[in-house]
Ligand binder design. Structure first.
Ligand SMILES: [Zn+2]
Length: 294
């Protein structure tokens, strides 16, 4: 048993080695460093709500994650996911707000939860309930490889999910097994939404938030968004970059939460680059799904 446990990947360095992204990673890093050089700080005070999301905080990412949050807390007011969503819904936005979430439910989300908790920040963890408490190593390995392009990484169990809640974090749905929504039958997706919400509610109490796997508009559809809202979720998040601005209440069943993906190892200038870009581009049309008949 102990031997099997050690097969799980515990550092982000090992993940990068597995993904073989050494050179591409370096190029991206260099480009972002050059782009972010002229504007190291976020000076823009435009009232807005922005969402950052991560997938993991491995052992070798803990310090940089903490530093990232410390730097951002000087430029933003951190709010819980529900508060952030509510500000987007109502348009009652009086200053820059930021919310943090994490997708996929790796066990090292507990580390993210602890660091956030230490800083008094409430995050939201989007889980695939079909994988929570999964212990079959081969199954985990296959899932990580096929669905996430990751080496085997352990998943949270339900006791650990409860710990996250005790630390003040929220739990959201991310489908049962992280299947791409586009391409599935809508009947199958509706069943998934119902079941995954039921399971999370059973262990965690009522859940209000959903994020769809892979997160691009091309991974989802108008019909799928309608199913999410019909199944009882109040909010639906993408992984499309963006920034929420506006002053009037929105039609809740049209709202798409936009989130910026960040890696905890990034220098803060890279994070600020994306945040700044989105502030400049932000407009009311960015609050809703781009599907014409929703
Ligand atoms: Zn995901």
């Amino acid at each position: 048993m102990i031997e099997r446990m050690t097969e799980f990947t515990e550092t982000y360095n090992a993940v990068k080695q597995f993904q073989g992204k050494g050179f591409r990673h370096y190029l991206r890093w260099t480009a972002l460093s050059a782009l972010s050089f002229p504007e190291p700080f976020i000076k823009n005070t435009r009232p807005r709500v922005q969402f950052l999301y991560i997938h993991h905080v491995f052992k070798d990412e803990e310090n940089s994650f903490r530093k990232m949050l410390q730097a951002l807390s000087r430029e933003y007011s951190f709010v819980s996911y529900s508060e952030a969503v509510n500000k987007v819904f109502t348009g009652k936005i009086d200053r820059p707000y930021l919310s943090i979430s994490s997708d996929d439910g790796f066990q090292n989300n507990l580390t993210a939860g602890r660091i956030l908790g230490d800083m008094g920040i409430s995050g939201c963890f989007f889980l695939n309930p079909g994988l929570i408490s999964e212990t079959n190593f081969q199954q985990i390995k296959q899932h990580c490889f096929e669905k996430l392009e990751f080496p085997p990484v352990a998943f949270l169990n339900w006791q650990e999910v409860e710990l996250l809640q005790e630390m003040g974090h929220e739990i959201g749905g991310h489908t049962l097994y992280h299947e791409r929504v586009l391409g599935r039958s809508m009947q199958d997706f509706a069943y998934d939404c119902e079941k995954s919400r039921e399971q999370i509610t059973h262990y965690c109490g009522e859940t209000k938030h959903f994020s769809f796997p892979y997160g691009r508009f091309t991974d989802f559809s108008q019909e799928a968004a309608q199913i999410v809202f019909k199944s009882g979720y109040e909010s639906c998040a993408s992984a499309e970059r963006g920034c929420h601005v506006g002053t009037t209440p929105l039609d809740l069943n049209k709202v798409c939460i936009r989130r910026d993906h960040v890696l905890p190892e990034w220098p803060i200038s890279h994070v600020r680059y994306f945040l700044n870009q989105n502030i400049r581009k932000a407009g009311p049309s960015g609050n809703v799904f781009p599907y014409p008949n929703l």
